[in-house]
Design a protein around this ligand. Sequence first.
Ligand SMILES: C[S@@+](CC[C@H](N)C(=O)[O-])C[C@H]1O[C@@H](n2cnc3c(N)ncnc32)[C@H](O)[C@@H]1O
Length: 349
Amino acid sequence: MNQEAPQLDKLETAKENFINLLSELNDTQLHAFQEFVQEAIEKYHEEIHGQQHSDDIDTAEDMDVEQHDGSFQPVSDAKMMRLGRIIKDLRTKVPLSAEAPGEKTAIPQTPEFEGYTDQNTVHVDGFLFSEEDVDELCAEGKMSRNYCLDCNSKNTAPLNFISHSASVIQLQFLYQVALADKAKDKVIVDIGSRLGAVLYTGHLFTRARKLIGVEINEWFCKLQQDIIKKFKMDDRVSVLCKDIQTIPELISQEADIIIMNNVFQFFNELPVQQQIWKFIRNETKKKPGLLIVTLPSLQEQLREAGLSASKLLRGWVKEVKLTYDAGWFQEIHEDELEEIKQVHLYKVL
Ligand SMILES: C[S@@+](CC[C@H](N)C(=O)[O-])C[C@H]1O[C@@H](n2cnc3c(N)ncnc32)[C@H](O)[C@@H]1O
């Protein structure tokens, strides 16, 4: 008796059902479903085989890897206090959500943000407010961690928090560990510089020759220019109010290091995100040795943009593997450790 026949039937039925499912979805749902399927298959293999089986995951097989050298760059208390003054000043200049007037952002339709809606999601800037600051704001009644499901009742649910800036601990890790001995005399470009968090900390924590922010939103450009002037950082820091796609030479010629903290996802439609990522790949590829810092990993960002990470990463970059839990900072909380794990470093091949 042919044992394989029923199995083949099952496979064909599964394929047919799958295609039928796909045909019922619109473009946005299809994208979210694709993400779901990829993740579900990875998880399934992890559970069954104790290993990951995907084309698009962060493993050494996907790309060349080298180990970070473990250097560490200390930062004085005086510099941290100066940073504190910049943050305090910024808080007086932006609304609590740290959004620009009239700014439009869209919650991505990906599994990571499943269930996030405009009603249950708040924008809290991770550079301006730490978790402890948020607790204080809640105690003062200026913010809440929960929302009421049916008014006047105790039936509440936790709100989702989204930050569009890197947090201070992420920036410390980025400059003190990831780029510790690599920033001196270099030109650092922060693509999508927003409040300027990466630029101000770069000025305080490194001896980079130039720190250039590129920001498409005019209101944020003006804000950064005011802070740069007020805190006398214009000797090395500047901001270009442009779409990064209009200044390819900044990437392919001027930059030694580029930093991208989830720049495109909330701010551009999916096809535009894909176009920008291909642009970034093309321009950075013209400069072998260029360092790229991303939050979160490039693999994750490309995947979230609906692109094949393994295909795009091949022949583009190698990852410089960072050690996150080497006790770099005293009294680091578990959630802060999770935050610094978002920081990834790559070198263009
Ligand atoms: C998540 S924020 C990054 C903030 C900052 N780099 C940090 O880490 O604190 C992304 C910023 O990129 C800007 N942006 C999005 N698309 C851009 C583009 N094509 N060119 C320049 N800026 C862009 C957005 O306006 C937004 O302010």
